[in-house]
Write a protein that binds this ligand. Structure first.
Ligand SMILES: *Cc1c(COP(=O)(O)O)cnc(C)c1O
Length: 708
């Protein structure tokens, strides 16, 4: 009934007074990382909760007024509602301070955010990092706002055909059935601005998502004022057409900057996550010149001093580069307005290693921000090497790029079982102290059998989840039995289980473990000590080699020779990731070194006690102690050598440890190793530690400088 009424900022039924705050809870993603919050919605109607894909707005809209009225009569529900509301209120009003000094407000720009499956506006790791940064900033009460896109078709649902070939369908977001709100202007209309400097004009409206105490503003060009081509600017992530992609990044950087200004949102620090939003830097220069009457030189200097740029790529080729002609089309008037010549303007984006290639967004970020960071120690070495010419240095040592190793938002990724156990064992304050080794050292006190039993519960959940999905497909679509087998119906929770879940692309080498099928077969089919492997991940729609790798895995999975012990799970996303990081025994990661900038899925696994088995790339050289997981091979990559290293470690260490049960009815030594992983990895690879690094290295020093 509220659908498409632009004067309503949300589409949600009117709730009785007794439960009026249920809509506040539903419209704040806080509940997604609080077990009691999740449970509250499940209590309303477990069937609809599942049907709505855990989207409280969709579920509430599916209830009749009678159903809603009945809730107020339900004593169990009302008690839980009041309790959860009290928790929520307490969280929103918390005034704990985590930084030595409160930083000035930060505007955080990113092209994607991975928050929850009810808001599918992400494609992968970059988005989950940004999502975890917003959640952690909320937990820490940091003054930060996010800017991104409300992609109408943000999510590519992966469907694997019976031939193993990946097909994708773009899912359209029903904006009136998602936990998002329209931002309204003073007349009660959907707030919309004209993006500066695009001719003919492009308009963008603005949505918001509450992420605890942090607000994420999302731009949407799908508005009536725009012609169809412009409406599509924000329809997909990273559109392949370079001209449209440039327009997308102008809307994100310049439009996003303008939106914050027009909404009156004050911030002093600009943080750009990757090069996509880097045009915001120019808009910041313009606003300093025109609104604060600075000279061009002063404005540029101030932008450099107050902006942070984070790079995530280990390859120059993976950055966005726009031809000078294309840039001139859009920026000709702009550089004049800034008082720059064409050459001066382009100099900010020229890569000395490829000066004629065009305007490089990463170079812009590196040149216009004095605070620059890579996302792991190892990645900073690579980053310094590939960009040293931007800083006119022969030797990478002094290249001014630091690193802040990524971390993960613990309440989001930790299983409910472990959360409840930690509440008892680590002390009530543990979530406030989650980057402290001393707090985690108390995991030692948890009995190995208890850790194992919690893990086993999650393993059974994973297997049931996989089988249930195949059952649905089997009964709804009548799929080929061989497809059902390849998708995991034969999985067994008692078998040592390896998970491989990530983007299916060449440098991640998803096929590496299939390198020697004879040898793998012996490992998988060892009659006393069998092994199963679960693969999942999407190939980029235009990445045919990636799709071929999926097809290859799917064929192997269908081969009776592997007895249904190799499976490929369709449609990897946040929900599948949660089941997997908690439910498999071993998390396999074998990228071509040094191509993995950081990697975060292994952190999510480790904090749940899922043991990381990885090449020494990304974060693993910082995380690996010799006791909390395993390494693969050397610091460089050779397929054959690395595959053999995987088989050797499996045969000699991993399989024997898992099946060495001794007198106990569970793998005790394994469970002890799980505890070591949890204790050594959780504090250091938490989003709390990461945000404290950003605070100490960048946000607080910048704030001090501004206040001087
Ligand atoms: C954490 C996560 C990622 C990023 O993990 P990597 O280790 O960088 O591959 C990607 N996709 C999903 C769904 C995730 O949860």
């Amino acid at each position: 009934m509220f659908a498409s009424d632009p004067s309503k900022n949300i589409a949600i039924p009117k709730l009785p007074k007794e439960i009026e705050f249920l809509s506040d809870i539903a419209l704040n993603l806080w509940w997604t990382w609080n077990p009691r919050g999740k449970n509250l919605f499940k209590l309303i109607n477990p069937y609809l909760w599942k049907e709505s894909s855990h989207n409280p707005i969709k579920m509430l809209n599916a209830l009749s007024q009678e159903d809603i009225a009945a809730l107020t009569e339900d004593e169990t529900f009302m008690k839980e509602y009041q309790y959860v509301h009290a928790l929520f209120r307490d969280y929103m009003q918390d005034s704990r301070v985590y930084a030595e000094e409160e930083p000035l407000p930060v505007a955080y720009f990113c092209a994607e955010y991975g928050l929850h499956h009810s808001v599918p506006i992400y494609s992968g790791g970059l988005g989950f990092l940004a999502g975890d940064i917003l959640k952690e900033s909320s937990d820490m009460g940091l003054p930060l706002v996010g800017i991104g896109f409300m992609y109408a078709q943000g999510y590519v649902r992966q469907v694997i055909g019976s031939d193993g070939w990946q097909n994708g369908t773009n899912e359209t977001i029903d904006k009136d059935n998602a936990p998002i709100e329209r931002v309204l202007d003073e007349n009660g209309n959907h707030f919309t601005i004209q993006v500066p400097f695009i001719d003919p004009p492009v308009y963008t409206s603005v949505w918001k998502i509450n992420v605890g105490r942090v607000t994420l503003y999302l731009l949407d060009t799908d508005v009536e004022q725009n012609d169809p081509w412009d409406r599509g600017i924000s329809s997909h992530l990273y559109v392949p057409d370079m001209n449209q992609r440039l327009r997308q990044q102008i809307v994100l950087g310049i439009g996003g900057y303008r939106v914050l200004e027009e909404l009156g949102i004050k911030y002093s620090i600009l943080h750009l996550n990757e090069g996509h939003p880097a045009f915001a830097l120019f808009e910041r220069v313009r606003s300093f010149i025109e609104d604060e009457k600075m000279s061009l030189e002063e404005a540029i200097e101030k932008v450099k001093e107050t902006s942070v740029f984070t790079t995530h790529t280990p390859l120059q080729a993976a950055t966005d580069v726009y031809s000078f002609d294309m840039m001139s089309n859009y920026f000709r008037d702009y550089w004049q307005r800034l008082g720059l010549s064409k050459d001066q303007f382009f100099s900010f984006g020229i890569n000395p290693d490829a000066p004629n290639a065009g305007f490089n967004m990463t170079v812009l970020g590196l040149k216009m921000c004095h605070q620059r960071n890579a996302v792991s120690k190892k990645h900073s070495e690579v980053t310094k090497e590939i960009w040293k010419d931007v800083f006119a240095m022969d030797d990478k040592e002094n290249v001014p790029i630091e690193y802040v190793t990524n971390g993960v938002h613990i309440p989001t990724w930790l299983s409910d079982e472990l959360t409840r156990t930690y509440d008892k064992v680590l002390g009530e304050q543990w979530q406030h102290l989650e980057d402290e080794e001393a707090v985690w050292s108390r995991v030692e006190e948890i009995e190995a059998e208890k850790i194992w039993n919690m893990h086993y519960t999650n393993k059974v959940r994973l297997v049931n989840f996989v089988r249930e999905r195949v059952r649905q497909k089997w009964s709804n679509e009548g799929i080929d039995p061989l497809v059902a087998m390849a998708e995991g119906v034969m999985l067994d929770p008692d078998i040592l289980t390896i998970g491989f879940a990530r983007r299916m692309t060449s440098y991640k080498r998803p096929n590496l473990i299939l390198h020697d099928l004879e040898r793998l077969e012996k490992i998988v089919n060892n009659s006393d000590r069998p092994v199963q492997i679960i693969f999942t991940g999407k190939a980029h729609p235009s990445d045919n080699p990636g799709k071929k790798m999926i097809q290859n895995i799917f064929k192997v999975a269908q081969n009776p020779r592997f007895k249904g012990r190799i499976a490929f799970i369709e449609d990897y996303g946040e929900e599948v990731a949660k089941y997997l990081v908690r439910g498999v025994d071993v998390w396999l990661n074998n990228p071509k070194i040094p191509m993995e900038a950081c990697g975060t899925s292994g952190m999510k696994a480790s904090l749940n006690g899922t043991l990381h088995f990885s090449g020494l790339d990304g974060w693993w050289p910082e995380g690996y102690t010799g006791e909390n997981g395993w390494k693969i091979g050397e610091e460089t990559s050779d397929d054959s050598r690395d595959a053999n290293a995987i088989y050797d470690t499996l045969e000699n260490e991993i399989v024997p440890l898992f099946y060495r049960t001794g007198k106990e009815s569970f793998p005790k030594a394994w469970a002890e190793k799980m505890k070591k992983a949890i204790m050594s990895i959780s504090p250091h690879f938490s989003a709390r530690r990461m945000m404290k690094d950003y605070l100490e290295m960048f946000y607080v020093p910048i704030s001090k400088k501004i206040k001087e």
